[in-house]
Design a protein around this ligand. Structure first.
Ligand SMILES: [Mg+2]
Length: 469
C-alpha cells in the first residue's frame, strides 16, 4: 500500500445495552458485523485500518483474528465517542486523511468509501471534511483531512467528530448518496431486523441490470471446455436485450483469438464485445495521452500492435513519454534497464495487468505483475495499472456500452480481481464457483460478492426466475 493511502478508523467501542449482546458481533452476511465493516474498509483500499474496541473488548477482538487491522483498546469508552476518535487519531502516523466508520452501518460499501476518498483527492483546494448526505442531512462515515487531526485529538467525553461540523461548516464537501440504506445504522434490535430483511434476497437486483461485464476463463470455459450454462446465458442476454462485454486481464491473446474460441464453442460474437487489458490500455492512452506520444513497450507483439494501431510512436530510443509493460516471457535485463532509466527520467509507467503469476501447464511462472514489481523496486515509482481490480478495464468496457455502474453486472470467478474491481466501482457483482475461487474462499475473504452461483447455468436460472415473479 502506498504511503499516501487514506486510513480507516472503525469506531466499535460502545456498549450495546439494547441488544443483549455486543452489536459488534451481530451476524451480517454470515460473519460478525465488526469483521464485515473491517472487510469493507479493506476492500476500499483504506490503510491502515485502526479498530477501536472498548466494551467487551476481549469477547469482540477474536472476531478480527487474521484480518489486517490494528486494534486499539479504549479503556474510557464509557465516557463516549470523543475519546475513541481521539485514540484513533493518535495512531495515525503519516496518513493524509482518515475515514471514520461506525460499526453498526452494515450497508456501507467499498464504493461509498472510495467515493469519499476520490472527492477529497480530486477537489481543489482539498476539503477538510467529506461527508455523505441524504436529503441534505450529513451522515456517516466521514472523511477528515489530516489538517483536522489535532482538533480531533482534543475531543473527549461524549463529543464525537461531528462537533467539527459546526466549527468547520464551510470546509465540508457533501457527497449526496442515492440510497438512504447506505447510511442506515442498526441502532436498536428493531432497526437491525429491518436492515436484515432489506438485504435478504440479493437476486432482487437482477431485474434492473441493463448490461453485463463478464470474465471469460473460469466463467465461460475452462481450458478448451465450455462451462455449464454457456449457451443458456447468452440466450438470456439476447432475449433480454442486454448488452455485454467479455473482458480479461490477459494482454497476450488477441481479441480475434477470443472471438474464434467462442465461435468454436457455439457462441457467435463480434470483436466489439471483447476487451483485453492491452486494448483497454490503448483506449485509455488514446483518451489521455497527447497524440503521437512516444511509447517504450516491454511486452508481447499483441501489445505493440494495439499501441501502434492507436497511433502511438513505438520507440527504442533514449526518451519516451510512456513505458507500457505487459507480460513478456522473453524480456531481457537490457529491456528492464532501459525501462528503468526512462521511468526515472519521467516517462509515465503503465502496466497492462497486475497478475503476479501466470499459469502454464508445468506450473505458475512470473506474470506481468512480477515484471511491474521488478521495475517498481528499481524506480520507486508505482505503475498505473489498467487491468482488474483497478478500474480502467471495467470503465472502458462500460464506456463502450454507454452503461452505468449501478446497472452493470460484473460476473467473475476470482475474488481479488473480478469481484473486487466491481465492488470498488459500485457495480453489482456475481461470483461463479466454476473457476479459481471456492465457497470456502469466499467465507475467508474480505471481498463479499453480491451474488454467488455454482456456474452460469445457476445464474441464468435464478435470473429468469426473478424476472418471472
Ligand atoms: Mg477468470
Amino acid at each position: 500500500m502506498p504511503d499516501n493511502a487514506v486510513a480507516a478508523v472503525l469506531l466499535a467501542a460502545g456498549g450495546s445495552s439494547r441488544f443483549g449482546q455486543p452489536k459488534q458481533l451481530l451476524d451480517w452476511e454470515g460473519r460478525p458485523m465488526i469483521a464485515h465493516l473491517a472487510d469493507v474498509a479493506w476492500a476500499a483500499g483504506l490503510s491502515p485500518i485502526i479498530v477501536i474496541l472498548g466494551a467487551e473488548a476481549e469477547r469482540i477482538a477474536p472476531a478480527l483474528a487474521e484480518r489486517p487491522v490494528q486494534i486499539l483498546r479504549n479503556y474510557r469508552w464509557v465516557e463516549g465517542l470523543g475519546s475513541s476518535v481521539a485514540l484513533g487519531v493518535s495512531a495515525l502516523m503519516s496518513s493524509p486523511a482518515a475515514v471514520f466508520l461506525q460499526v453498526d452501518q452494515p450497508f456501507v460499501t467499498p464504493h461509498l468509501l472510495r467515493s469519499l476518498v476520490s472527492r477529497w483527492r480530486d477537489t481543489a483546494p482539498r476539503p477538510e471534511i467529506v461527508a455523505p448526505t441524504w436529503e441534505g442531512r450529513l451522515g456517516s462515515p466521514v472523511l477528515f483531512d489530516q489538517l483536522l487531526f489535532p482538533e480531533l485529538a482534543q475531543l473527549a467525553a461524549d463529543v464525537g467528530g461531528r462537533a467539527l461540523f459546526k466549527t468547520h461548516a464551510e470546509k465540508i464537501l457533501p457527497y449526496p448518496v442515492t440510497d438512504p440504506l447506505l447510511l442506515a445504522d442498526a441502532d436498536n434490535p428493531d432497526v437491525y431486523a429491518q436492515l436484515q430483511s432489506a438485504r435478504q434476497d440479493s437476486t432482487a437486483l437482477l431485474p434492473s441490470i441493463r448490461a453485463v461485464i463478464s470474465d471469460m476463463d473460469g466463467v465461460l470455459w475452462r481450458g478448451s471446455n465450455p462451462l455449464p450454462g454457456l449457451r443458456d446465458f447468452f440466450a438470456l442476454l439476447e432475449e433480454r436485450g442486454l448488452d455485454y462485454m467479455l473482458v480479461t486481464n490477459n494482454a497476450n491473446q488477441s481479441v480475434a483469438h477470443y472471438v474464434e474460441k467462442l465461435a468454436h464453442l457455439g457462441i457467435p460474437t463480434a470483436p466489439e464485445h471483447v476487451l483485453n487489458s492491452a486494448e483497454a490500455a490503448g483506449d485509455y492512452l488514446a483518451e489521455h495521452a497527447p497524440s503521437h506520444a512516444t511509447v517504450y513497450v516491454v511486452g508481447g507483439p499483441g501489445l505493440r500492435e494495439v499501441l501502434a494501431r492507436h497511433g502511438f510512436i513505438l520507440t527504442d530510443g533514449d526518451t519516451a513519454d510512456y513505458v507500457v509493460v505487459g507480460w513478456n516471457p522473453t524480456f531481457t535485463w537490457e529491456d528492464m534497464a532501459k525501462a528503468t532509466m526512462l521511468i526515472r527520467q519521467g516517462a509515465r509507467f503503465i502496466g497492462t495487468n497486475p497478475d503476479r503469476s501466470f499459469p502454464l501447464e508445468k506450473g505458475l511462472v512470473p506474470g506481468a505483475g512480477a515484471q511491474l514489481a521488478l521495475l517498481e523496486a528499481a524506480t520507486d515509482v508505482a505503475p498505473f495499472v489498467i487491468g482488474k481490480p483497478e478500474p480502467v478495464l471495467y470503465e472502458q468496457a462500460m464506456l463502450r456500452m454507454h452503461a452505468s455502474p449501478e446497472t452493470t453486472l460484473v460476473i467473475g470467478d476470482r475474488l481479488d480481481t473480478d469481484i473486487l474491481g466491481g465492488l470498488r466501482l459500485g457495480m453489482p457483482t456475481a461470483m461463479v464457483l466454476s473457476g479459481i475461487n471456492s465457497l470456502e474462499d469466499v467465507h475467508h475473504s474480505p471481498i463479499h460478492p453480491d451474488l454467488i452461483f455454482d456456474d452460469l447455468k445457476a445464474l441464468a436460472v435464478a435470473w429468469r426466475a426473478r424476472l418471472e415473479r
